[in-house]
Write a new protein. Structure first.
Length: 606
């Protein structure tokens, strides 16, 4: 009978285990039902019928659900938060309250309520610490530093992250440590500390790879790609973007896919690949809008506006900046507001609205200074120097560039350093200090070719052509102007939609005009005429396609509208089959438009 006595407690333990498993299954089912209903009344009714399991373990079930979906279905985090808030009416213990504050913080981030998110996540961390759970108390801090960074409170975010990283390292929690390092990488990137960002992100990537955490590994790959793009290491950036995008799509990580597409769009813009930039950023914007994420939607729109500005579509860009700046201010996105104001200032310079441009650029510089972002402040002051240059204030412009360049020399942003180099050369050229100007422009040209900065390459070639012409070096001037024209047309060719092509052509007229002037000054009428015809034919083709009054017949106008609609569709195509079909239709319409244009020209000559 001794065996029976010894076996009895084991039997009770087995019964208890079965009971716990069944209870947990019930909690999982209840959590799913609580999230599926839409009103507080329905949630209260469900909990009232299940008071025995309306406890802290149910709260944890809801918290775990929230973390499973917040990168793929962020709107569902708000449902989880609502369920937890109702649960606090039935379970008043501190652990349930901690879970509720935690998930309310996550939901706040997805809704753009960043200050509320910081308060909720702080409260969750404090409650967990009071319960004696130091390890878990660091978990809400991972999300808290995201909110702090989006608010531009970088120093506070970095302190929060380092504190959490210390705790996770102490408890050997590799996954949480990797998440913190990912967020710290993003924070220091916003302050242009890219080498430090790379170190954080590489460490996180190693942790996730070792753990087999594919989702977080994918996000780390996107972070590394962003860092390499900023460091002008485009080969590694392309590799990590491709890997991250494929993995994110495979895992249906919709928010991460949108983030990666936006990143790829920005890289394409840096490299002058405007068609790719437009397509990827528009795809990203649509996903963020569908996911109901106001902060990310606003950033995507800002990036699209920047492409419009780059393509010389200043009116369209200005409309977006005017609409976005109050939104960014309301959302307390200080860094993005500064960026929008700086870009708006650039478009105002292009439209010769100099007084308002100066106001916007100074306001942007002030915001960046409050962010303690010396690199972005210097970049904004470069635009102020461009403004002074346009007003023939060469001494003032050069003074600003010299001060800005000194700050940029300490940064890791190659693109901005090259911009400063070109601008200094351009100013010196206007001051007829040609030898000094040529040294800076040659350096800008070499650097821009090395680091794939085609916009700076075109500008440097045109500026060097002007100096060569003024110095009597006719062949060199001709070569530089021709190369600038060829580079501009190469960038223009793949753009989707004639409006984009026309705008970029208008921005690229200066080397055409300089080349024509060069030939006229040297009585080379044949080449002058050829260059005029080349520019005129480009202008005519673009004008017909863009629908300027008096330039097209009713037939070509109708074809143009239809063609632009197909270009727009092609820019948003999501698969190869759709794109191939649209391209075939576009080729057919382009042939018809060409025939209609030839017919209209023949009619006008007869």
């Amino acid at each position: 009978m001794a065996g029976t006595g010894n076996g009895f407690p084991l039997f009770l333990s087995f019964v208890n285990i079965v009971h716990v498993i069944r209870s947990d299954m019930k909690r999982s089912t209840l959590a799913t039902r609580l999230i599926s209903v839409t009103t507080a009344g329905q949630r209260r009714k469900l909990l009232a019928c299940n008071t025995a399991i309306a406890d802290a373990r149910l709260a944890r079930e809801l918290k775990n659900y929230c973390y499973r979906v917040w990168t793929s279905e962020p709107s569902n985090t708000r449902l989880a938060a609502a369920a937890l808030n109702t649960l606090t009416e039935f379970s008043t213990d501190k652990e349930t309250a901690a879970m509720a504050s935690w998930i309310n913080g996550i939901a706040d981030i997805t809704s753009g309520k960043l200050e509320s998110a910081v308060k909720n996540l702080d409260k969750a961390s404090r409650l967990l610490l009071r319960l004696g759970n130091e390890h878990e108390s660091a978990q809400p801090l991972v999300a808290k530093l995201i909110a702090l960074a989006m608010l531009g409170k970088y120093a506070s975010a970095q302190r929060t992250g380092e504190n959490a990283l210390r705790i996770f390292t102490q408890y050997r929690d590799q996954l949480a440590a990797g998440k913190i390092e990912m967020n710290l990488s993003n924070i220091v990137s916003r302050r242009d500390q890219y080498k430090l960002a790379e170190r954080y992100c590489l460490s996180a990537h190693r942790r996730f790879t070792k753990l087999g955490e594919r989702s977080w590994q994918t996000m780390a790959e996107n972070g590394l790609a962003n860092t390499y793009a900023e460091l002008n290491d485009f080969k590694r950036a392309d590799k990590f973007y491709a890997r991250a995008l494929a993995n994110a799509r495979r895992a249906r990580m919709h928010m991460t896919v949108a983030e990666i597409e936006a990143s790829i769009g920005n890289l394409a813009l840096f490299r002058g690949r405007y068609a790719d930039a437009i397509r990827m950023l528009e795809a990203s914007r649509q996903k963020y809008e569908k996911l109901g994420m106001p902060h990310q939607t606003a950033v995507a729109e800002l990036e699209i506006a920047d492409i419009y500005a780059e393509l010389n579509l200043n009116s369209e860009a200005a409309d977006i900046y005017r609409r976005l700046i109050p939104t960014l201010h309301r959302l307390k996105m200080r860094a993005e507001e500064a960026r929008a104001r700086a870009s708006f200032g650039r478009t105002l310079i292009a439209t010769e609205n100099f007084a308002n441009a100066r106001t916007e650029l100074r306001r942007a510089a002030e915001l960046y200074e409050r962010e303690r972002n010396a690199t972005a402040t210097a970049a904004t002051r470069l635009r102020l120097a461009s403004l002074e240059l346009s007003q023939d204030n060469y001494t003032g412009a050069l003074s600003i560039v010299d001060a800005s360049a000194a700050a940029l020399e300490k940064s890791e942003n190659v693109r901005l350093r090259l911009s400063a180099e070109w601008l200094r050369g351009e100013i010196l050229s206007k001051m007829c200090r040609f030898d000094e100007a040529e040294r800076h422009l040659d350096a800008a040209l070499r650097g821009s070719r090395k680091f794939e900065q085609p916009t700076i390459t075109r500008s440097a070639m045109n500026s060097l052509g002007v100096i060569a012409r003024e110095s009597g070096k006719i062949r060199k001037a001709e070569s530089m102007f021709t190369s600038a024209i060829d580079a501009a047309e190469l960038a223009r060719a793949p753009l989707p939609g004639e409006e984009f092509r026309m705008a970029l052509f208008a921005k690229s007229l200066e080397p055409y005009e300089n080349l024509i002037q060069l030939y006229l000054e040297n009585s080379d009428l044949k080449n002058a005429f050829t260059s005029v015809e080349r520019a005129r034919s480009r202008s005519l083709l673009e004008s017909v396609a863009s629908g300027k009054p008096g330039r097209s017949s009713d037939g070509s106008s109708k074809l143009r509208d239809e063609l632009n609609w197909f270009y727009s569709r092609l820019a948003r195509a999501e698969d190869i089959a759709e794109a191939a079909k649209l391209q075939a239709q576009i080729r057919d319409l382009e042939k018809k438009l060409g025939a209609e244009t030839m017919r209209a020209q023949s009619s006008s000559r007869s």
